[in-house]
Design a protein. Sequence first.
Length: 70
Amino acid sequence: MKLSARNQLRSKVKSVKLGSIMAEVVVELADGQQIVSAITRSSAEALELKEGDEVVTIIKSTEVMIARDE
């Protein structure tokens, strides 16, 4: 797979919750951090996503926020 986005993270599918139109996909990074993605149900079905699948999580955003505990 070749893709212009640089923020590509290897991860494992933790859970997939299918709604009527959207799906919530939770993936886990190697260090245990989790990322939640909302994608269309049809995309989740086309990818045949299931718990335990090895995937690449791609982050493409116009904004990145940073916070710091004080």
